[in-house]
Design a protein around this ligand. Structure first.
Ligand SMILES: [Mg+2]
Length: 198
């Protein structure tokens, strides 16, 4: 695996440089830097980093709003930087897919573990989202197979078990998935119905 790619967004340039150096020293690749939320959105689109370390209070657009927009568009997780006085903003961050926040001043001892945890959590969330997607696809496939079975039962006057066997053997003999075979059966049936209606 290549170096993990991080973007740093902070309007105080000295702090931004400090954070960048800490990250580089820890072996991360800092792919972009920004000093405002709107610039962060633009650069997130361009560089697609693995993680964004982002300040909350910045001119024009704050870090929470930018995090929300970036997450919705590109699913990039964010680790927020906040001053102690901004606790109320942290509440607001709860629904912006923030993977954690660090209270300033930021030390290397705090930053690096927080980044590691955020990255691990992001990858877990990604795996989970993929699993859910696969499960949903499976359920969709099952629905199609179920419908195709029903068509076979009706057309050939066979039992459900026989219909399933027909589907499965056709699928195996032709090197096509059950879903693809089911799809063709459904489309064929629909076509037949349409033609009859003409
Ligand atoms: Mg600031």
């Amino acid at each position: 695996m290549g170096k993990l790619r991080i973007m740093v967004v902070e309007d105080e340039s000295i702090l931004r440089m400090d954070i960048k150096e800490m990250l580089i020293e820890a072996g991360y690749h800092v792919v972009a830097e920004a000093n405002s939320g709107d610039k962060a959105i633009e650069l997130a689109a361009l560089h697609r980093p693995d993680l964004i370390v982002m300040d909350i209070k910045m001119p024009r657009m704050n870090g929470i709003k930018a995090s929300r927009i970036i997450y919705q568009a590109y699913q990039i997780p964010v680790l927020l930087l906040t001053a102690y006085s901004e606790r109320d903003l942290v509440e607001e961050a709860k629904n912006a897919h923030i993977l954690g926040y660090l209270v300033k001043p930021v030390s290397e001892r705090d930053l690096i573990p927080a980044v590691e945890i955020a990255l691990a959590q992001a990858s877990r969330l990604k795996t989970m989202a993929n699993d859910i997607k696969k499960m949903e696809e499976k359920i969709e496939d099952q629905k199609l197979i179920q419908r195709a079975k029903g068509i076979l039962m009706e057309v050939y006057q066979v039992s459900e078990e026989q219909a399933f066997k027909i589907l499965r053997s056709y699928s195996m003999n032709n090197g096509k998935s059950m879903k693809v075979v089911a799809d063709s059966i459904i489309i064929h049936r629909r076509l037949e119905t349409d033609v009859t209606a003409v």
